[in-house]
Design a protein around this ligand. Structure first.
Ligand code: 2HA
Ligand code: ZN
Length: 272
């Protein structure tokens, strides 16, 4: 008798993250999604991988993930319900041996499917894993201040990054590589998924103008920490943007001092 996968550490931590994200106002209704690349030991104590419930459609092939397991939140599922009903809101999949299909092994108990942003998720996993073998998590949300900032700030990656860094001292320490920014595009399409994947070659954080933010990490904590630090910077930006008494903030000279003190590698053009 196997243990129940819904009681596994992966599903418990996923539920706890979803609750925190919901309470912070980042994930209204069914907004946002999370996926985690799993190791065999996360899955096999709970699941018999030969027992396929059904296949789920995969618009893009991912041969590099043949035989790998992922959990992902489901399309249309409300974030506020994930921890209370993970078996309905979350699915465990195994990518088929040819990388062309995905087999549902657990979850989506009402006949559901994974997030409509699955191509972006798998593309982000692919690119981040190539950068860091410990990479595991992709997290997408609609944090209010980050979206608000894209309404009034230029969608230029260097300028957007620098503005966030100028808001509070920790920003440059937490994301010294900066943030990627994509102009507005129709969401949930293979096009935005593939354009995003390209950005994840360079960044752990990607902002979709007028939509939201996606972060990646080696753990749910790391991804969550990136999201909340970006959102903190954006929150301060929104509070001070129209204030006639605002200072110049943390200027390039101050940022260079932080970079030196924390031994940060800053890309050319970001502080010059
Ligand atoms: O509805 O966030 O981007 C889920 C989404 C789509
Ligand atoms: Zn979204």
């Amino acid at each position: 008798m196997k243990f129940d996968f819904k009681d596994s550490p992966v599903i418990r931590e996923l539920g706890a993250s979803a609750d925190n994200m919901y309470r912070l106002g980042w994930n209204e209704r069914n907004g946002g999604n999370i996926s985690i690349l799993l190791d065999d030991e996360d899955v096999l104590p709970y699941i018999d991988p030969t027992k396929i419930i059904r296949d789920l459609p995969l618009a893009v092939e991912f041969p590099q993930f043949a035989g790998r397991y992922f959990v992902a939140t489901g399309t249309g599922k409300y974030f506020k319900n994930i921890s209370r009903n993970p078996e309905n809101c979350v699915g465990l999949i195994r990518i088929s041996d040819d990388g062309k299909r995905s087999h549902l092994l657990w979850g989506f108990s009402d006949g559901g499917c994974y997030t409509s942003e699955i191509v972006m998720h798998l593309g982000a996993h692919k690119e981040r894993l190539a950068q860091n073998p410990d990479h595991r998590v992709v997290m997408h949300a609609h944090p209010t201040n980050t979206i608000s900032m894209t309404h009034i700030h230029k969608w230029d990656e260097i300028e957007f990054t620098r503005t966030l860094w100028q808001m509070c001292t920790e920003c440059i320490v937490i994301f010294p590589e900066g943030v990627g920014v994509l102009p507005w595009m129709v969401s949930s399409s293979p096009e935005i998924g593939l354009a995003s994947a390209e950005k994840f070659r360079e960044y752990r954080i990607l902002i979709w103008a007028l939509h939201g933010c996606t972060v990646t990490g080696t753990s749910l904590d790391e991804a969550f920490g990136l999201m909340e630090t970006v959102e903190k910077g954006a929150d301060i930006f929104i509070r001070i943007a129209k204030n006639p008494n605002r200072s110049t903030g943390i200027d390039s000279n101050m940022l260079k001092q932080v970079a030196q003190a924390f031994n940060l590698t800053i890309k050319k053009g970001y502080l010059d």
